[in-house]
Design a protein around this ligand. Structure first.
Ligand code: SF4
Length: 226
């Protein structure tokens, strides 16, 4: 589909709308702190109340998959994260993920949990959100995604308040989430819930989840490009 064979290579004509490609330290999840190239795809069908990437909703630049992977290669990374917006809202995200895996990177995908992940290349580490009530988008969770998560994947809850915390605890039990994935991540919503308060709740309940703080917000105050 859309492939043009040339004398010494195959060039695909598929494109994606890209907000930014940048090299930074991973701010969250299992590889936090490790140098990583981020490919931020433009657009998202959700509108979470705490969204910190609204600049990725619109605009962007159309790039071919080859141009994207060439830009990534310039940084010689070990880790590549495809993010958004909601990257799976653009169907060509799927071939991009596979191309990046083929090129030997450890590839992760940050996704809202609202789009199907069944066709994501199994080599990709999925970091899948379950949207809590205070996100304003809880009705968008596609719970069928849970059966496609493996021990290499991660589940993330952004917790805004105590009600979100209780909701997340309930979902962990309801879907037996802890043994299903490598990490269940609880992330306090920035400036809504004090990290220490969430830490104390987790300890009081002896909950087997990983508290995560968003490193990039401490280092770069959430400026685009980090
Ligand atoms: S899914 Fe992510 S990018 Fe989309 S609105 Fe929610 S927080 Fe923002």
């Amino acid at each position: 589909m859309g492939a043009i064979a040339t004398a010494d290579s195959v060039v695909t004509a598929e494109t994606l709308r890209i907000t930014e490609i940048f090299y930074s330290l991973q701010g969250e999840a299992r590889t936090v702190g490790l140098p990583t190239v981020f490919v931020r795809l433009t657009g998202c069908p959700l509108r979470c109340l705490y969204c910190d990437t609204e600049y990725a909703f619109h605009g962007g630049e159309m790039m071919t998959l080859e141009n994207i992977t060439s830009r990534v290669a310039q940084y010689k990374p070990a880790f590549v994260t495809v993010t958004g917006g909601e990257p799976l809202a653009q169907p060509n995200c799927l071939p991009l993920l596979s191309m990046l895996c083929d090129q030997g990177y450890e590839v992760s995908l940050e996704t809202s949990g609202a789009m199907p992940v069944a066709d994501v290349d199994p080599r990709v580490v999925k970091v899948l959100d379950l949207k809590t009530p205070a996100s304003g988008e809880v009705a968008r969770n596609d719970y069928e995604n849970i059966e496609h998560l493996t021990a290499n994947d991660q589940l993330k809850f952004v917790i805004c308040d105590r009600n979100d915390y209780e909701w997340a605890r309930f979902k962990i039990d309801e879907y037996a989430l802890v043994p299903r994935v490598s990490d269940v991540l609880f992330s306090p919503s920035h400036e809504q819930l004090a990290p220490r308060e969430l830490a104390e709740w987790i300890l009081a309940d002896n909950l087997p989840v990983r508290l995560q703080l968003q490193l990039h917000k401490f280092l770069w105050d959430d400026a685009p490009g980090h």
